[in-house]
Design a protein around this ligand. Structure first.
Ligand code: 1HN
Length: 357
């Protein structure tokens, strides 16, 4: 017996008629906007990304094991990709950003190549590896932040320093998903494995790293002329600030890295940050539309992301999706490196932030 009211029967018939219509127009590669309008234009961001934390203590054994399976040279780049658990198979930690942990063993070389994707390195573990970017080499120390601009030649190696010889691990951040979205990816390998070093180490930092710029070469571009931002310098700034002023109630003492010629981000697509949370800091909830990747440099604490609690320790990585409320708590004095697609959202005039009172 049909118990449906005549009204319901009418609605069911209308739905069936619409479905049949959708089937017919599909053959012409057409679809009805009214069925997806609300999902396409949400009232607020509905990120498919989920919050996640990768404990370095869990990952390190697998990273080291990878070195028994493949050389850096054969792999080209021996990296374990940090995939957002909700974006498996997409090499994405957020919808717009890629992150991975790269390992280079003593004596190894990761051969020279270039691509339109921009990259950053944040040194997590070990010292004595180098990267050469556009003919200038820089030695890597934990906490250093290094950029590889779009289309710049780059190769990495690990020759050790001051008699040490150890595995070196860094966090790679790239705009791979953005370049994929724009179908703007180009890449090529160099003729040589290790590019010729054309300038002495520290050259770009001497020219642009001291609040001064050479008068005959101060043409600003979207990419910073400094490619290595040493931790010792950035850490000193935070140490001074922590002594001299109260922390921001949401973010502690938080600085962004800049292109010294523009005051903008060091790279057009990614903005990196470094922040210090005093021991005992318990921050307010805040959210922003730029999903952000964090690397813990010093100290233990908690990140409460969209109501989920993550305990973090040095060398851990965690991701905060777009518009997810974040609250930071520091047990010890904590230093966090982070990066997001903020410059792109600013260029589009769509960046939004909210700080809960
Ligand atoms: C790349 O060139 C590097 O140069 C690291 O170290 C990660 C991921 C995808 C494509 C290119 C590097 C990368 C990458």
């Amino acid at each position: 017996m049909n118990t449906a009211l005549p009204q319901d029967a009418g609605q069911a018939a209308a739905r069936a008629e619409r479905r049949a219509y959708y089937e017919r127009i599909r053959a012409l590669h057409l679809s009805p906007l009214w069925e997806s309008l609300h999902a396409l234009v949400p009232r607020e961001p509905q990120s498919p990304c989920v919050p996640a934390l990768w404990r370095y203590a869990d990952i390190r054994p697998f990273l080291m094991e990878s070195a028994t399976l493949i050389t850096a040279e054969e792999a080209v780049r021996r990296v374990l990709v940090l995939e957002n658990p909700a974006l498996h198979g997409r090499a994405s930690i957020t919808q717009s950003l890629y992150a991975g942990l790269q390992l280079i063993m003593p004596g190894e070389v990761a051969p020279a190549h270039r691509h339109t994707q921009s990259a950053l390195r944040f040194i997590v573990d070990g010292q004595g590896a180098y990267t050469t970017v556009g003919g200038e080499r820089t030695t890597m120390f934990p906490g250093d932040f290094i950029i590889t601009p779009s289309w710049a030649w780059h190769d990495h190696g690990n020759e050790g320093i001051a008699g040490t010889s150890e595995p070196v691990v860094w966090l790679d951040g790239l705009d791979i998903p953005m370049l994929r979205f724009f179908d703007a990816g180009f890449a090529e390998n160099d003729d040589v494995k290790v590019q010729r070093v054309a300038r002495p180490e520290g050259h770009s930092f001497a020219r642009f790293g001291h609040n001064m710029v050479p008068v005959r070469h101060d043409h600003a571009s979207a990419t910073s002329p400094i490619f290595s931002y040493p931790y010792a310098r950035s850490r000193e700034a935070l140490a001074q600030l922590a002594k001299q002023e109260a922390p921001d109630a949401w973010t502690g003492h938080k600085l962004r890295y800049v292109n010294p010629l523009t005051g903008g981000s060091p790279m057009p697509t990614i903005q990196p940050f470094l922040q210090l949370l005093p021991a005992g800091f318990s921050g307010g909830a805040h959210r922003s539309t730029d999903g952000t990747v964090y690397s813990v440099v010093e100290g233990r604490g908690q990140a409460e992301i969209a109501g989920q609690r993550f305990d973090f320790a040095p060398k851990d990585t965690f991701v905060v999706p777009s518009w997810a409320p974040l609250r930071l708590v520091a047990q010890d004095e904590v230093v966090l490196f982070s990066f997001s697609d903020r410059p792109v959202q600013q260029a589009m005039d769509v960046l939004r932030e909210h700080f809960e009172r």
